[in-house]
Ligand binder design. Structure first.
Ligand code: DQA
Length: 140
């Protein structure tokens, strides 16, 4: 099987970005941990990150029929993007929305997700481990 690890805006800065909120691991570290988690089950992961809404939308479209699932941290687009919501709705591949921080403990503008109701599920506030938990969910 094959999974897509998709990260949105500013997540390329993980490790240096507000480490008190997001931890010290980089996206590369997170990818390596997912590989170690899913390798025993003969699963692979492709990792993509973009700061651009349209690029994320194109990748979601392209992921349809190619992956068993998308592990998606949409960053701040979570709270704003009807276009990304519609992209998720337009494909059959299941998506899990992941947030490193507990968005519900933070500013009220982070409390709503435009995407959650079109995703298979949501993992919030469990740090970078949330990505691994999402990956395990997709292992059949
Ligand atoms: C985030 C939470 C979002 O509110 C924020 O804009 C991010 C990261 C998280 O992983 O906790 O960029 O998705």
């Amino acid at each position: 099987g094959k999974l897509l690890l998709l990260n949105g805006p500013n997540l390329n800065r993980l490790g240096k970005r507000e480490p008190d909120i997001y931890g010290s691991e980089t996206l590369e570290d997170i990818k390596e941990k997912i590989i170690a988690t899913i390798e025993p089950y003969q699963y692979q992961v492709d990792a993509k990150q973009s700061n651009h809404e349209g690029q994320l939308i194109d990748w979601i479209h392209e992921a349809d029929k190619c992956y068993q699932g998308i592990i998606f941290n949409p960053g701040a687009y979570t709270h704003t993007s009807i276009a990304i919501r519609d992209a998720i709705s337009s494909v059959d591949v299941p998506v899990i929305e992941v947030h490193i921080s507990n968005v519900h403990k933070r500013e009220s503008f982070r409390h709503t997700s435009m995407l959650a109701s079109v995703c298979e599920g949501q993992i919030v506030g469990l740090g970078s481990k949330g990505y691994q938990l999402a990956a395990m969910y997709f292992i059949k």
